[in-house]
Design a protein. Sequence first.
Length: 128
Amino acid sequence: MSRPQKPLAEKWGIIPWLKIRIDKDPAYLTELIMPLCDDNKFVSQGVCDLAFVAPSSAAEWKQKARRLKPAIDPDGVIWVIYPKDEFREKYDFDGSLPEMVQIVKELGLKNTKLASVNSELTSARFTL
């Protein structure tokens, strides 16, 4: 017997009142996250509780992680959305989870959880 799937908002810890930051690129990121947020404030600057990014390469992730680290609350989370291996080409993704983890270790962030998004995408949680 399989366990029922947790809703995506619950997996990501999206609850009312949290300040959320969604990277503008790629566009699918906003389409994926906005419907999960009822009473949340979206911010593009300043401190946030949850940040969502979908980098296309290790170099881009390093740049985004550097920018986001000071922008997340001390208890905040950065969720990195990336394609499962068989969809890497479709999403133009050139990177890997071990590579992303190694990059942010140097910045003092740690990978604490993985969560499946859908049949094509997965997500990794990074915290301070």
